[in-house]
Design a protein around this ligand. Sequence first.
Ligand SMILES: Nc1nc2c(ncn2[C@@H]2O[C@H](COP(=O)(O)OP(=O)(O)OP(=O)(O)O)[C@@H](O)[C@H]2O)c(=O)[nH]1
Ligand SMILES: [Mg+2]
Length: 355
Amino acid sequence: MSKKSALHIAKGVKEAPFINPNWKGAKRLKQDTDSLAEAVLQGDITALSAAITIAESTSPDDEIKCRSLMNRLHPKSGGAFRIGISGVPGVGKSTFLEAYCSFVLNNDPDARIAVLAVDPSSEWSKGSILGDKTRMESIGKSSRVFIRPSASGGRLGGVARSTFEAVTLCEAAGFNFIFVETVGVGQSETVVSKLTDCFLFLAMPGTGDELQGIKKGIMEMADVIALNKCDGDRTNQAEQSAIQLQGALQLITRTQDHWQPPVLQISALNATGMEEMWSALDRFQRHGQLNGWIEERRREQQEYWFKSNIGALLFERMSEKETWGKESDSLLAQISKGEVSPFEASRRLMDKILA
Ligand SMILES: Nc1nc2c(ncn2[C@@H]2O[C@H](COP(=O)(O)OP(=O)(O)OP(=O)(O)O)[C@@H](O)[C@H]2O)c(=O)[nH]1
Ligand SMILES: [Mg+2]
């Protein structure tokens, strides 16, 4: 079967359920993905890496493999506490992860930690995140830690989808803590809050981060806030900043979960405040589970990805139609002449193609 027709099936057209069993490659593909899935379930790190590479790949064959893998492993996912970490570049996210993960490894013998990175800005450049592995050297050596610094956004749905699938795969492999570090600027906070149970925002004392954060609406999303680099000369400033932040946070009412986000003072460099972080995250998780917010948040996230992926798939299917090129070129020309608004033009195109 050609790549083209294999993809055709992957898109789930007539040959339902999903891989045409008559295709001569079907048996082999099933065997390959079944054995890879089995290895992932055994916690095999090499298999996990290979599975994530497939999830990030843009090749039509890998798209089929990915669907097969995800169908098999999705029911085995959901077991981890997923924590998203955001903050301006240089605030200390990677240094924090190094310090905090060491703390967790030392204090919880059952902890298995996966660290993933998400960079929505690379969706456009198709670039990959430069490895943070060197910065996370000490935890990277542990067999209980899996670090995946790169993500590529070439595929439909982009980086967020690859990361969503990477989370699923890590959970299937038995990781019970998943940290998603945001890299790059732009929509990363919003994306990460749609992928995780708990949103941890790192800020620096006395830099105006706290007020900037409020402006951007990040404070509304943050479940735990930590002022990092509370060491050396910044120690005095930290107290002041923490008070200001607490005050600002009191103006935000979270009716959905009645959670008051704590403001912690930490130093990732000196590994101070890690115990307080542990208890804050633990408290959040317990409350979230007890009151059903985490379950509710995950349900809303699934609904969000379902809807947003339908949008992306619809666009892809529509743009495959023969009429697409001609019609969209003509509408684009009208838009550039100011004859029609982009919104009206998109409606007209959709009506024409879906008619
Ligand atoms: N003094 C002090 N320096 C810190 C602390 N945490 C991190 N740094 C330093 O701040 C710099 C940036 O730290 P990173 O951990 O790379 O920051 P990041 O947020 O991961 O940066 P990006 O990945 O580029 O967004 C490094 O030079 C760290 O050594 C801290 O608690 N105190
Ligand atoms: Mg970093």
